[in-house]
Design a protein around this ligand. Sequence first.
Ligand SMILES: *[C@@H]1O[C@H](CO)[C@@H](O)[C@H](O)[C@H]1NC(C)=O
Ligand SMILES: *[C@@H]1O[C@H](CO)[C@@H](O)[C@H](O)[C@H]1NC(C)=O
Ligand SMILES: *[C@@H]1O[C@H](CO)[C@@H](O)[C@H](O)[C@H]1NC(C)=O
Length: 460
Amino acid sequence: MYLSRFLSIHALWVTVSSVMQPYPLVWGHYDLCKTQIYTEEGKVWDYMACQPESTDMTKYLKVKLDPPDITCGDPPETFCAMGNPYMCNNECDASTPELAHPPELMFDFEGRHPSTFWQSATWKEYPKPLQVNITLSWSKTIELTDNIVITFESGRPDQMILEKSLDYGRTWQPYQYYATDCLDAFHMDPKSVKDLSQHTVLEIICTEEYSTGYTTNSKIIHFEIKDRFAFFAGPRLRNMASLYGQLDTTKKLRDFFTVTDLRIRLLRPAVGEIFVDELHLARYFYAISDIKVRGRCKCNLHATVCVYDNSKLTCECEHNTTGPDCGKCKKNYQGRPWSPGSYLPIPKGTANTCIPSISSIGNPPKFNRIWPNISSLEVSNPKQANVCDNELLHCQNGGTCHNNVRCLCPAAYTGILCEKLRCEEAGSCGSDSGQGAPPHGSPALLLLTTLLGTASPLVF
Ligand SMILES: *[C@@H]1O[C@H](CO)[C@@H](O)[C@H](O)[C@H]1NC(C)=O
Ligand SMILES: *[C@@H]1O[C@H](CO)[C@@H](O)[C@H](O)[C@H]1NC(C)=O
Ligand SMILES: *[C@@H]1O[C@H](CO)[C@@H](O)[C@H](O)[C@H]1NC(C)=O
């Protein structure tokens, strides 16, 4: 995997149909930018919001360490076995492949035993802090779709900060603090993501969950993307529709999951005891065997293909947009201001295509979006049309999925997924919530009602 970066081979990922993925976190359905439909005027293109598939982003990053000479083995040195200060004859030697621990071993294939890992020099200069920055750069905006997972080979650090940049490394913001003692290390009260809510989901927290250090068997640190998604999509992320809708209407939320770079700041290695054992400083170092980052190129819902060419990721823009993120209209297509595609209405969204500049053509063409009738959808694109009973979307409140394309709702309900009360739409529900009151408890359902209905969006 790591090698392919250096060979600079042309990698490309694309989905052409709504094939269901084995893991739960597919944002699904926005996998076609256009489709041919039949109307009274014959075959025409229908344009839709679209995005690349979520993928393993560690294949496309560049890694940089600070200080640059912090990797162990140059000159060769010995270190103590994990948790055993009396076995200090392990060797790190950068010039011997079997004894070297270069940074690329954080991104190679795991599953081999023993696992391969990057390792820092030991804390010989104690009490000067042993600090390392590991910076991962994509030179492209990407949207995270799954937890960031860092697996340590050493004890998990006593203090660490995960940072992100949204402007290619010019400015950095903390993403999450990790410490055995948050108050002591960062003057922050310890919190876990589970303590957050829809309204506080953007809060930057310090967690003690992953720093119990030297003695525990667990070696993993998470940055919890899925738990944050779950505030909108429900505990098993079944209601992705409501997450899409919220992302659509809340730029801050969208930006929270968007990065161009990540930085792992290792501030203090696992010590485990109150005092550092100065006689055995070769016990203390950092070692990481794996880093997982899943996400997708941010293409503003104007592309399904992201090309990796010449060590660079670029969206292959549709809808007459252009730029690395499809962030502007093509020349001669500036008939109205550029705008990102929209996830709404669910499930196909709105393409917000760029339209020809008035000056570049004789007559302004018709730009009305053509809404296909249901039967033409069924005829032209049966795969695309499975919109009401799949991994992500389900008819609600007892609705049944008719021909895979629409929910047939019980009399009291309406909406694409029967998520809305008919009387709510008509504004005639009243307050006599006695008989006929809906099972209205689920927050995700309430939120969906909010999105598709009339109530105001969440404020952060
Ligand atoms: C790591 O990066 C931070 C900024 O994000 C900087 O202040 C710090 O000095 C860097 N540390 C090292 C060891 O380079
Ligand atoms: C974009 O422009 C091309 C001509 O250059 C046209 O054929 C195509 O239909 C346009 N697409 C959209 C989405 O407007
Ligand atoms: C829907 O589209 C099909 C196929 O083009 C057409 O035969 C049918 O008459 C259309 N129905 C309506 C209600 O427009």
